[in-house]
Design a protein around this ligand. Structure first.
Ligand code: SF4
Length: 296
């Protein structure tokens, strides 16, 4: 039996992650040291461990930075955090992804128009906390279609007819789910401004994984459980009919998962380093899997 591996055409680090990691490298070179990063620079334990070993300190509050340089991660921060950090007198580098920054601006503009914001995303996710913390009014964070139905059921009919609403989305959700929730909202609220989209990197990676899942029995997504976009890739592959797993450490891959499998698809989340993908390909090669070139 010929055993093959297909590699997703779009995978791994997105432009926002590359930019954030470049900011850390620049800070390590230029100083002042130490370099602090507020929260994980990206949701990947290998990246965080590697930077920690090089002296980068990850902190939960801006005030933990004592001198040196403080970097905001790619996920962005609230206005309050920005203000607290500015008062510290440390060098500040804002590595928020420009797409997340644009999301902040949209939330601010909708709030200024007096619209109630409905934000699709995971409560407690750093990106969501940052967006919610950009506006003074309440933001309804909606995690699922079920939560959306409950939210709509709680609104008085008069408000559905005449209330001003806007919907936005976390950048790393499942693109199909976002489209579906957008449609439900648009058919339920009369005066809704719609700007809920996942980012291009999330969409491209999900599309590529869907293609992989159509041609492979088993799909492995390299990425951390804490990474929203990596988890979505795994769900996308499962929904497209493949058996799929999320793998944070190729060294811990269980080869018995390959029993009876002749085609494996490999992709990686936007925060997963390519070295981990290469490591996994090495493991698969040792088990007789040959990488086939991507012809799409
Ligand atoms: S996943 Fe999208 S929004 Fe998030 S950092 Fe990457 S490019 Fe930016």
């Amino acid at each position: 039996m010929r055993k093959i591996v297909h590699l997703a055409a779009k995978r791994g680090f997105c432009s926002g992650v590359v930019r954030a990691l470049d900011a850390v490298e620049r800070a390590l070179k230029e100083g002042p040291l130490p370099v602090y990063v507020l929260h994980e620079i990206v949701h990947n334990e290998h990246v965080v461990a590697h930077l920690t070993a090089r002296g980068v300190r990850f902190v939960n509050e801006p005030e933990e930075a004592e001198g040196g340089t403080l970097i905001f991660s790619a996920h962005g921060v609230s206005r309050a955090i920005e203000e607290r950090a500015a008062a510290l007198g440390v060098r500040l580098i804002d590595a928020t992804c420009p797409i997340v920054k644009a999301l902040h601006r949209k939330a601010e503009a909708f709030a200024a128009e007096g619209r109630k914001i409905i934000l699709f995303g995971k409560k407690g996710h750093r990106e969501i906390e940052g967006v919610v913390g950009r506006v003074d009014s309440d933001v309804a964070v909606i995690e699922s279609k079920e939560a959306l139905a409950a939210y709509l059921a709680s609104l008085p009919e008069e408000e559905k007819r005449n209330g001003l609403f806007a919907c936005l989305s976390q950048t790393t959700l499942n693109a199909d789910d976002v489209a579906e929730m957008r449609g439900i909202l648009a058919s339920s609220l009369n005066r809704l401004a719609v700007d809920a989209e996942v980012c291009f990197a999330t969409r491209d990676r999900q599309n590529a994984v869907r293609l992989l899942a159509e041609q492979c029995e088993f799909v492995i997504i390299v990425g951390s459980p804490g990474s929203s976009n990596s988890r979505r890739l795994c769900e996308t592959a499962s929904a497209a009919g493949a058996r799929a797993i999320l793998l944070s450490d190729p060294e811990k891959f269980d080869p018995s998962l390959l029993d009876g499998v002749s085609s494996v698809g490999v992709s990686s989340g936007a925060s997963a380093p390519e070295e981990l993908v290469r490591e996994l390909l090495g493991v698969l090669k040792r088990h007789g899997f040959e990488e086939v070139p991507d012809e799409r």
